[in-house]
Structures are given as C-alpha cells and as structure tokens.
Design a protein around this ligand. Sequence first.
Ligand code: GLU
Length: 456
Amino acid sequence: MTTAPAITRFAPSPTGRLHVGNIRTALHNWMLARRNGGTFILRIDDTDAARSLEEYVDAIRMDLVWLGLDWDQEERQSARLDRYEAAFAALKAAGRIYPCYETAQELDVKRKIALGRGLPPIYDRGSLKLTDAERAAKEGEGVAPHWRFLLDHAEPIVWEDGIRGTQKFDAAQLSDPVIRRADGSWLYMMPSAVDDIDMGVTQVLRGEDHVSNTAVQIQIFTALYAAGFAATGSAAKTLPEFAHEALLVGREGKLSKRLGSLGCDAFRERGIEPEAIISLLARLGTSQPVEPVADRAALVESFDLSTFGRAPAKFDEKDLERLNAGIVHQLPFEAVASRLPKGMDAAGWHAVRPNLAHVGEAVDWWRLVTGPIDQPEFSKDDKEFLAEAARLLVWGENPWAALTTALKEATGRKGKPLFLPLRQALTGMDHGPDMGELLPLIGEQEARARLAKAIA
Ligand code: GLU
C-alpha cells in the first residue's frame, strides 16, 4: 500500500438506508483515509434518478454523523453529468463505445440459449457486428440505442488486490458492459471510474461483489487515459489500488434479509453505541481481536488490510451486545450525560456503569438511589442485625466500609449473611452496583429511613 495520503471514497446509492454491510465499507474507507492524514469522500451515486431519493441522502449523512464517520468532501454524481458526457465522447471517438439495439427480451433469450448450451451468458456483440446500413435501418425504425463499452480482449486484466492478492481476468470471459441506457441515463460502471479519476481516488475498497466490476473498470480507466481524458490538473494517469473485502454473513452463513436491512436506527433503538458497531465492524473478518475499543484513534492505528481474511465475515448480534457492554463500561460521564436520568451525576454514573449492558438501563439502577424501593420481608435474626446496623451507622468518608467493618466485629457475620440483608434493606435488591459507591449517593437520611423501615 502507498504511504502518500490516501484518497478514499464511500459511494452509496441513495436508494435505501445504510445497512451493516455498507456501514462496514464506509468505516474501512474512513479508517484508510484517517490512518495517514488522507481524504475521505462521501460520494452519492445518484445517477439512477428514478430510484434515488433525497430522504435517503439525508439519512445516509445522518447515519454517518451518528457513527462518527466524518467526511472531508461530498460529491454527487447527478451534479457531474457533463463529465460523463465528456468521457463518453472521448471513448466513443476512440472506438471504445458502440450502440446496441437489442431489446431486453432479445437479450434474455440470448442468455437462456447460452446457458442452455452450458456456455457462460456472455454478450455476443451482435450489435457490434451490424453493418452501417443495418444500424441506419434500426435508427430509421426509431429504435434508440443503448451503449456498451468495448472490452479489449487482447488486453490482460491484472491487479494486485489489497486483500485477495493477484487477480487476473480474461476480458473475453466478460460481457461488454452497458454503460448508458437508451434514454441517455447512466449505469454505474463508467461514471464511477470517471469519478475515481477526477477525484484522484488512490484506494478503492469495496465488497467482493464488485470484483468483476473492477476488471471492467480497469479497462475503462486505461481507455479513458488513452483517449486523453484525465482529471483537470492531474498529471498522473494512475489506477487506484483496489481491495475487495469478503462479504458479511449472518451466523447461519448468508446475509439474511434481516441482517441485510439492519441499520443505524435499529441499533440506536436497541441502545447500541456507535463505538460498539465500530469496534465490531473494524475488525470482523480480520486476524485482529474483536474487542470493545472506545479509543477510535487506536482502532484507526491498527487498521491493516493485510489482516483481512478471504472467508466471509460472520456478523453475530451476540458479539455486538458483548461489545456494547464493554463500551458502556468505558464511557465517561460527559459522553452520556444527556441520556441519563435527571439528577444523576458523575458519581452516580460511575457507580452504575459496570452493571449496564445499555446506557438506557441507568434509569433502573438510579431508582435504587432515588427510591422508593421495595424491601423483602426480613427474618427476626436479620431484623436484629439491621437494627444493629442502624446503631453502628456513622456517616463519614466511606460509610459502607465503616459500617460493614463495625458490623462484622459486633455480630461475627461475614460474607453473604453480612452483606445481603444490608443490600436488600438499602436498595431492595439482591445484587447491583457497588454498595461503597451507592451508599453515599443514597445519603445518610434516606439510608437511616430505609434501615428503620426494614426493622419495623
Ligand atoms: N454505488 C455503488 C454501490 O453502492 C458503489 C460501488 C463502488 O464502491 O464503486 O455498490
């Protein structure tokens, strides 16, 4: 990998919300850029005007902000149509684009025939073979052409993939891709390459479902450069480095519909912290340990494509819950203050934090401090013990340590018989946050009232 500042991009199509799969792609591109002071571009791939919605563009931005994935530059394909026209003209002049007249049905029949013969369904270049007269006849009938990019079968396609190693493709085994529809609108393939050139993208990191697109785009890149199309002011006619990560699958081994649609809203509703998602997705499918890392700089520092495996990365929601608890236990008061119950201060947060799997549960434990609490019925023995506690309670520096030490001495109780009735009387619970931290928060007056109630 290069050491020059990376320019990476995350290029979602605004035809839906982000889901774990593309959150992961966004994160990895962000880390790649942040690791060496590079630039992270958010590129909205909205050439599909019919399916692209502005509300999804907003939702994508909001999700990235919530995840803490800030971008340095934002681009929109719909604002760059003149560049695609220019690229199209350059490729056409160079003979690398040709008009096609087949209908969708005709193409479908061709595909089925090929498959029926046990052949790969590669486009047969039927339209390329038309004579000028045949082409003129089609146009005369009013058939508007769609356009394909002419792959060069003689040009080997080879790249060193940052994750998959050396990749080789035989262009003859690929269909010439349709790059423009008959209505003039653009398909994904060429605009994406044009953008990567214009924006000086140095690393393209995306899912392995794009591997064959990369093979085609490498030829589009070289054809564009050969046709004299280059970014304004950019002298380097280089190709980005490519890396394709193994896909994300559920525990059952494939990307289920549920997992495929799981996004930030669902996570937020379930009380999952962005840092838990980041911790999981940063290292899932790599040889690095998946741990709750609240320090994002540390995650960025450790990001390394060479640790990525080629096996599908298994996304398990149990891992996410485990990481979430681990993250919550590290969150400082300032990070959660606005989400805590009224009156809960830094000491309160510190006391309850180790008991939480989600920040939202703080309110349940905080009730033990504010009351009212439900105490169990105590035995005669325990009532005597609690009466002794009420007598020995001295409000000093560390009332809990002082009380339990004094009680131990006075009653000879230790372990559970010493601590449990006290916890039950003071909080109404058998377990919970550390009493040493909780008791000062309950306060002397309330603690005395609770003990009095327990022995009444
Ligand atoms: N809009 C494309 C997608 O969401 C971008 C693919 C790419 O990274 O080039 O799949």
